[in-house]
Design a protein around this ligand. Structure first.
Ligand code: ATP
Length: 217
């Protein structure tokens, strides 16, 4: 992700898009500086963590002044490769997949779902949210033609591993796995698992057992 020489800890890197989104909003409302307390309130990360995160990229806030919004935005844009478009494929145009296609991360101008895949003949050949749906038989060919870098998996869990095996052969180097299946991929591929059912269970658990604690992220 980062083309910086600075090595940012993974936990910090995960928070960058959160900071970035908030700073973009601040910038468009004309704000030039922001304190770590304001940031903390908005992104729900404690201000000590924010200060530590920001220190990794040399953004040292001044007491009583805060951080320069422009400086931070420039840094984030560069670090998150916001100038480069990341082409995404979505595999499995079911309920969740369809929602993603319609949403299509339009507020992030650096990511776009370009193509979608399914096995259902009723879905193949249609466009959802302006994204064409291809048949799984054409997976490798279309991924190559569009130079897809990231795949979102929203297929039934039993189908996920064999699809992962196919996509890692090509240009894809990142997978966002929404299926509950734990997938094995080569170490050159980065995979993030998002199991919504587990997240919901975990939230409910925390609500029950730690009702007043704010864990941040
Ligand atoms: P729906 O109501 O459309 O069935 P869903 O999200 O409940 O949505 P799932 O059974 O999870 O349905 O399937 C998600 C999508 O993945 C469906 O559109 C299905 O056709 C598709 N699908 C199933 N098997 C595969 C596969 N092997 N490769 C690609 N897509 C698949």
């Amino acid at each position: 992700m980062a083309n910086e020489t600075v090595k940012i800890p993974q936990a910090t890197a995960k928070r960058l898009p959160l900071y970035y989104r908030f700073l973009k909003n601040l910038h468009s409302s004309g704000k030039q500086r922001v304190s770590s307390a304001e940031l903390s309130e908005a992104v729900k990360v404690d201000s000590a963590t924010i200060r530590r995160d920001f220190s990794y990229f040399g953004a040292l806030g001044k007491k009583g002044y805060g951080y320069n919004v422009n400086y931070l935005l420039t840094f984030f844009r560069k670090t998150l490769d916001q100038d480069e478009l990341t082409k995404v494929a979505l595999i499995g145009v079911g309920n969740l997949g369809t929602a993603f296609l319609n949403y299509n991360f339009l507020k992030n101008n650096n990511t776009k779902i370009e193509v979608a895949f399914d096995v259902d003949e009723h879905k193949v050949g249609t466009k959802i949210g302006n994204v064409p749906v291809f048949h799984m038989d054409d997976l490798e060919k279309v991924i190559k033609e569009h130079n897809i870098q990231v795949a979102i998996l929203t297929v039934p869990a039993p189908a996920a591993q064999s699809i992962a095996d196919r996509i890692v052969q090509g240009s894809v180097n990142g997978i966002l796995n929404f299926t509950p299946a734990r997938l094995s991929v080569p170490s050159t591929i980065r995979i993030h698992h998002i199991d919504l059912a587990v997240e919901l269970q975990s939230l409910i658990y925390f609500l029950k057992h730690y009702p007043t604690e704010n864990e941040g992220i």
